[in-house]
Ligand binder design. Structure first.
Ligand SMILES: *Cc1c(COP(=O)(O)O)cnc(C)c1O
Length: 341
């Protein structure tokens, strides 16, 4: 079985497991876990910020990042495809009273002017005021889309000038950086807070880091505990994250080549299913008739994909599948989709 449902499916490698077993640990709620501290320092450094906070999930890191910037009843603006809008179970509203307004985009690609024209500033008692803007890079539901750095830079500069906070959902920021050649810090410095998932293409079993100012991270640490997210000897998990940053970050671009071979194999036989030119990183979106039945047929033929919509399937490449396996998987999927047409 070649499992391309998500890049969260990777298993810890032998080297990663050994690092986890060997990690010195302590109680992180007391601030005494040296491996968590090391990961947080490393992540802060990499992401161009003063401080970082190790969280169980990307959803928790986003929840805390947005909470830092948006008071109850305030709004955050984001893409209508954003993970915070679609895939966090309404947490920002349900738990923190945050409201959202969304912009439309092509495949999740940010256009600075579209966002700037939506800002609600100095509205008096009539309209909800914009507190923050959230950007996702790469865009997951956009299909692994890499943001145009000039657009991000322009938006970031304008928002800073206006005093609007900026949060970057960088779940797959490593994939974006591998494509543009910029560093994670180049991105991080354009935002007040930034996340990076260790549990996606970086291959750790659990964990996301949130980075920002020391004052913001101190507040986020308290709120994380309030939400039940304080953890004890979490150094075992932080060790996996440190291993991932050391060994898996440099190779992440390989997943992009795998995604392209997968997409090419599909497009060779079923050109209507995927436009190869839209494959930018490790995510491939496929258009088909009935997505559910196509996914079942692919699974029966040995390839697992996820169903994103009635006519949309998603394949995500990762470090537990080789380029060769991805190409073979593409041929299998092509055979299924061509029959479905
Ligand atoms: C995966 C993902 C997250 C976080 O997901 P968790 O399952 O909560 O770790 C956040 N944003 C994006 C864009 C993601 O793809």
């Amino acid at each position: 079985m070649i499992d391309l449902r998500s890049d969260t499916l990777t298993r810890p490698s032998a080297g990663m497991l050994a690092a986890m077993v060997a990690a010195p640990v302590g109680d992180d709620v007391y601030g005494e876990d040296p491996t968590v501290a090391e990961l947080e320092e490393r992540a802060a450094d990499l992401l161009g910020h003063e401080s970082a906070l190790f969280c169980a999930t990307g959803s928790l890191a986003n929840l805390l990042g947005i909470w830092l910037h948006v008071p109850p009843g305030g709004e955050v603006l984001c893409d209508s495809l954003a993970h915070i809008a679609r895939a966090e179970m309404g947490a920002h509203g349900a738990l923190h009273g945050v409201t959202m307004r969304t912009w439309a985009s092509q495949r999740g690609r940010l256009v600075a002017q579209d966002v700037l024209s939506m800002l609600a500033l100095d509205c008096g008692p009539y309209l909800v005021e914009t507190s923050a803007v959230e950007v996702e890079d790469t865009s997951n539901f956009g299909g692994g889309t890499v943001q145009d750095v000039d657009e991000v830079t322009r938006l970031s500069g304008e928002l800073a000038r206006l005093g609007i906070a900026r949060h970057l959902d960088g779940a797959r920021l490593a994939n974006a950086a591998a494509t543009t050649g910029l560093s994670l810090g180049d991105y991080g410095r354009l935002f007040d807070t930034v996340t990076l998932c260790l549990s996606k293409g970086l291959g750790a079993p659990i964990g996301t880091v949130l980075a920002g100012s020391a004052a913001d991270m101190a507040r986020a640490r308290v709120q994380r505990k309030r939400l039940g997210g304080g953890w004890r000897q979490a150094g075992i998990l932080a060790a996996a994250g440190l291993w991932a940053l050391e060994h898996n970050l440099p190779r992440i671009g390989l997943d992009h080549a795998s995604a392209l071979s997968f997409a090419r194999a599909v497009a060779d036989r079923v050109p209507s299913a995927v436009d190869v030119d839209t494959v930018e990183t490790n995510v491939v979106l496929l258009e088909t008739g009935d997505a559910r039945s196509a996914a079942s047929a692919c699974e029966a033929a040995g390839v697992r994909l996820s169903v994103l919509g009635p006519h949309q399937l998603r394949a995500v490449t990762h470090l537990d599948v080789t380029a060769r396996q991805c190409r073979d998987a593409g041929a299998v999927v092509a055979a299924v989709l061509s029959q479905a047409l």
